[in-house]
Design a protein around this ligand. Structure first.
Ligand code: HEC
Length: 159
């Protein structure tokens, strides 16, 4: 099998290159843990929003207890105030592994207003989550709108 050697060599070259890039991005990025934490917060928001969204659309059966739990978790997740996870210099023009736009750090009042709107929308959802799929659906518009308003302004599109 004459082909094997070049293939093995190519594979080794590839893993060495990937390894070097990985090591460099971590060594150069003191914000890696904070970025991971803020993305994890977003994931928890998204997970719970998804549970409510599926019930609102009838993709999963409405369950009052599960809806209230998801809305409660969502409210807690959006209430996490963790400025250390949003350190200046941790934007996508400066470091790898984030879609946070530099504009966040230039528009604190607006970012704060968008966060406050999200909290208000999450509270509204929690107040009605136990009352039926229709109510969950009605509260979903404001909630989903609050997520996407901030993403449009402050999150880079996915590659
Ligand atoms: C105040 C602004 C703001 C609001 C409100 C907001 N987000 Fe985000 N979201 C961001 C930013 C900025 C990022 C990019 C973070 C990064 O990559 O460092 C992000 C990233 C995400 C991600 C990707 C996380 C990852 O693993 O990379 C998800 C999912 C997400 N948001 C869901 C939501 C949901 C669901 C809501 C509403 C319940 C929401 N977001 C509300 C600003 C916001």
């Amino acid at each position: 099998m004459k082909l094997e050697k070049p293939l093995v060599a190519a594979g080794l070259m590839f893993s060495l290159t990937v390894g070097a890039v990985f090591a460099a991005s971590h060594a150069d990025n003191p914000f890696a843990a904070g970025i991971k934490a803020r993305q994890a917060q977003m994931q928890i928001q998204s997970f719970n929003l998804g549970i409510l969204g599926a019930m609102a659309k009838g993709e999963s059966e409405y369950d009052a207890e599960a809806a209230v739990l998801a809305a409660t978790n969502l409210m807690h997740a959006v209430s996490i105030h963790q400025p250390q996870a949003w350190a200046p210099g941790s934007d996508n023009s400066a470091v790898e592994g984030t879609r946070a736009l530099p504009a966040i750090w230039q528009n604190f009042p607006d970012v704060g207003a968008k966060s406050a709107e999200l909290k208000a929308a999450a509270e509204e959802m929690k107040a009605v989550a136990g009352t039926g799929a229709e109510a969950v659906g009605a509260a979903m518009g404001r909630l989903g709108g609050a997520c996407s308003a901030c993403h449009k302004a402050y999150r880079a599109p996915a590659n």
